[in-house]
Design a protein around this ligand. Structure first.
Ligand SMILES: Cc1ncc(COP(=O)(O)O)c(C=O)c1O
Length: 386
């Protein structure tokens, strides 16, 4: 069997259509989108087409999309941009303990360098924040709340339909930012029900190019730009646009978003097949975070007590199976994932946790093979270590 790539939450394989489009545009549509001549106009057209494709997931207002270099920059622009621009309204910010580092580090920066007060919401053993606890924190000083849609390590889906209205009832001027990097175009984005003001997205999680993403900023939301320079992206993100990558992002989002329901059902089925395959093999394992049926369709996090995650990861790699120990951003760091720690897991589970994440490029045969090989690798490692 060829390689089985089950690390799709780290990044995904680009669609061939996206690769074709990006490389064609690199060689043919090379003008600067800001140039007045024909070459510039044709480059700008590609960006505007991508903007239309992305806005179809929001409310079709093209002036609400700011293209960025990815999810990290979108999160930085949303959080630091909103906090710094709106500090005249208050100095209180709220987020959760299980956000991506590109969110958490912005809050730490604002706390340590800009004298904001930040509350970090804990989560329960499924990785869920408690709306009642959030209720006790929102005050007239709260200018921004940032809660992710889908957690990148354990797949928890936060109750944003409850959280958003709750925040707005307590303080209508508090902004809600949602990091939707793991869910954009894969799961329904109920931004109206969430009453969201800012949403971050990234292309490489949905079979698009790396280094491109966007921030959706509802009309009227004031942000302070992070960089200064040319007037691109309504002066919110200066610098000559990466037109080919932006076009690739638009195409990837529309391809991923087409027949979303069927695709989500197919991913959920792959995940459950893998999970049940492991159960049938009779090996010991625990699921971290929500039960498999409750988490996002493409992510499952499992602990195999008694086996260090790194050893299992390498054993799997030798068998052509690619998974992840913690998130990609953390997997080179030896300490256990802060997200799993926030669930209150015992050290044995923290040290033996692996994430498996699926995409449309996986199939039933692959995941059955991966489950059998995982069980086999575990049995082999246990023999060596016993
Ligand atoms: C939830 C979440 N937010 C933000 C990011 C950062 O996105 P990017 O890699 O496009 O900077 C990631 C990437 O892993 C993520 O999973």
């Amino acid at each position: 069997m060829a390689d089985v790539y089950l690390d799709n939450s780290s990044t995904t394989r680009p669609y061939p259509e996206v690769i074709d489009l990006v490389s064609r545009l690199q060689s043919e549509i090379y003008g600067n989108p800001s140039s007045m001549h024909e070459k510039g106009v044709e480059a700008e057209k590609q960006i505007e087409e991508a903007r239309r494709q992305i806005t179809s997931f929001f409310n079709n207002r093209e002036d609400e999309i700011i293209f960025t270099s990815g999810g990290t920059e979108a999160n930085n622009l949303a959080i630091k941009g909103a906090a710094l621009r709106n500090r005249n309204k208050g100095n209180h910010l709220i987020t959760s303990m299980v956000e991506h580092p590109s969110v958490l580090d912005c809050f730490r920066y604002l706390e340590e360098n800009e004298r904001f007060k930040v509350d970090y919401l804990p989560v329960n053993n499924k990785g869920l924040v408690d709306p009642d606890q959030l209720k006790t924190l929102v005050s007239k000083n709260t200018i921004l709340v940032s809660i992710m849609h889908v957690n990148n390590e354990i797949g928890t889906i936060q109750p944003l339909e409850e959280i958003g209205p709750l925040i707005k009832n307590l303080n209508p001027t508090t902004l809600l930012h949602v990091d939707a990097v793991q869910s954009f175009s894969k799961l329904p984005l109920k931004f109206k029900a969430w009453q969201a003001d800012l949403i971050s997205c990234s292309a490489h999680k949905l079979h698009g190019p790396k280094g491109v993403g966007c921030l959706w900023a509802k009309k009227g939301i004031l942000l302070q730009p992070l960089m200064h320079g040319g007037g691109q992206e309504k002066e919110m993100r200066p610098g000559t646009e990466n037109g080919p990558a932006i076009a690739g992002f638009g195409l990837a989002a529309s391809l991923t978003g087409a027949n979303q329901k069927q695709k989500a059902a197919a991913l959920a089925s792959l995940k459950l097949t893998f999970y049940r395959g492991l159960q049938q093999e009779g090996i010991d394992f625990f699921i971290n975070g929500p039960p498999a049926e409750e988490s996002a369709v493409h992510i499952i996090n499992l602990s195999f007590p008694g086996l260090p995650a790194e050893a299992l990861l390498h054993a799997l790699e030798e068998r052509g199976i690619y998974a992840s120990a913690g998130s990609a951003c953390h997997s080179r760091k030896p300490e256990p994932s802060y997200i799993l720690q926030a669930l209150g897991l015992k050290p044995e589970r923290l040290e033996s946790a692996l994430r498996f994440s699926f995409s449309c490029y996986n199939d039933e045969q692959e995941v059955n093979y991966a489950a059998a090989q995982t069980a086999d690798a575990i049995r082999e490692l246990k023999l060596i270590t016993s």
